[in-house]
Design a protein around this ligand. Structure first.
Ligand SMILES: N[C@@H](CCC(=O)N[C@@H](CS)C(=O)NCC(=O)O)C(=O)O
Length: 298
C-alpha cells in the first residue's frame, strides 16, 4: 500500500513541468536539481545519487489490463494507454473463466483490473476504472504525452466529474433494462417473472426515453461548450477526460441500446465533430482499426 502511494506521489511530483527539482525518493530525501537538458541531472545535495534514476530512465512498467471482451469501463484506459504510446497486455477474460475462477480472486468481484510491475516498485493491482484511468494518465504524462498534466489537472478533474455525472444519471436507465432489481424494481415480486415481461419493457422504454429527452441534451450542451472551436474537453490537446467520455458516446451510437436513437451523436453537429476529431487521432484510428480486424478474425 505504502509502495503504491509512494510511487504515485513521486510520479505526480516529477510530472510537474514547472518544477526545478527532481525527487527520487521520499524515503532517503534524494532530491536533484533538474538540468537544462532533458537527459542530464545535476547533483545539488551531498548525497551520492549515482544509483538513483529519473522516471524517464526507469523501465516503463509492465502493464496487464484485464477486462471482458467488450469496451465497457476498461475502454477509457485502453485509449489512454494507446494515446500515451504505453505498451500493455490487453487481456480479454471470458465470461466462463470469470465465473469459474477469476471473480473470486478480485478485490471487488469486478473487472477491470490493472496489474502493474517491473517499475522498481512492488508489483500491484489497481482496481476501479477511474483509478486505473488516472494512473494511466499520470504514466503517459510522465512519459511525455500530457494526458493528465498538473497544469490542467483541475480542468481534467472537473471534466471527468461531468462525464461521471452524465454516466451515473444514464446508468440507472441502462440498469433498468438489464437488472431491474438493482434500481428497486421487483424487490417484492418474482424478478424472473418481471424480467422480459411487457411491464418491464414498458418501464425500460419510458425511463430511457425520458433520459434521452430531458437529460441527454443538457449534457450535450455542456460538452459542446467545452469542445467548441476544434477543441477537446480540456483545451486544444486530448486528455483522459476525452478518454472517459468517448466510450460513453460510442455506446450511444452503437444502435444496440433499446430506446436510444442511433443518431444520438450525429444529430448534434458540434458533438459529432468532436467525436470525429477524437477518432481521427492517429493512435485512436490505429486502435479501432486493430479492434475491427480482431473482431473480423474472431
Ligand atoms: N466501479 C467499477 C465498476 C466495474 C463493473 O461494473 N464491472 C462489471 C462489468 S462492467 C463487472 O465486473 N461485472 C461482473 C460481475 O459483477 O460479476 C469500475 O468502475 O471499475
Amino acid at each position: 500500500m505504502y509502495e503504491i502511494a509512494h510511487h504515485k506521489l513521486l510520479d505526480r511530483v516529477n510530472s510537474r513541468r514547472d518544477a526545478h527539482w527532481k525527487v527520487d525518493s521520499f524515503d532517503s530525501f534524494i532530491i536533484r536539481r533538474r538540468a537544462t537538458t532533458t537527459r542530464e541531472t545535476t547533483t545539488t545535495t551531498t548525497t551520492t545519487t549515482t544509483t538513483t534514476r529519473r522516471p524517464s530512465d526507469m523501465a516503463t512498467p509492465t502493464l496487464r489490463l484485464r477486462y471482458f471482451n467488450i469496451e465497457g469501463p476498461a475502454e477509457k484506459s485502453r485509449l489512454a494507454l494507446r494515446l500515451g504510446k504505453i505498451p500493455f497486455e490487453d487481456v480479454r477474460v471470458s465470461f466462463d473463466d470469470w465465473r469459474s475462477s477469476v471473480k473470486a480472486t478480485t478485490p471487488y468481484g469486478q473487472l477491470p483490473l490493472l496489474d502493474v510491475g517491473g517499475d522498481g516498485a512492488e508489483t500491484r493491482t489497481i482496481a476501479q476504472s477511474d483509478a486505473i484511468l488516472r494512473y494511466c494518465g499520470r504514466l503517459a504524462t510522465s512519459r511525455g504525452v500530457a494526458l493528465y498534466d498538473d497544469a490542467r489537472a483541475d480542468a481534467v478533474d472537473e471534466a471527468l466529474a461531468l462525464v461521471e455525472e452524465m454516466w451515473s444519471t444514464w446508468y440507472v436507465n441502462l440498469l433498468v433494462g438489464m437488472d431491474p432489481r438493482k434500481i428497486g424494481h421487483c424487490v417484492e415480486e418474482d424478478a424472473e417473472t418481471f424480467k422480459g415481461s411487457s411491464a418491464h419493457d414498458e418501464v425500460t422504454k419510458r425511463m430511457r426515453e425520458r433520459w434521452m429527452r430531458e437529460e441527454y441534451p443538457r449534457y450535450v450542451g455542456f460538452i459542446e461548450q467545452r469542445v467548441r472551436g476544434g477543441k477537446f474537453m480540456c483545451g486544444d490537446a486530448v486528455s483522459i477526460a476525452d478518454c472517459a467520455l468517448i466510450p460513453l458516446l460510442r455506446r450511444f451510437t452503437s444502435g444496440q441500446l433499446d430506446h436510444v436513437p442511433k443518431d444520438a451523436v450525429s444529430s448534434h453537429p458540434e458533438l459529432q465533430a468532436y467525436f470525429d476529431r477524437f477518432h481521427a487521432l492517429p493512435e485512436v484510428k490505429a486502435w479501432y482499426a486493430e479492434r475491427e480486424a480482431a473482431k473480423a478474425a474472431a
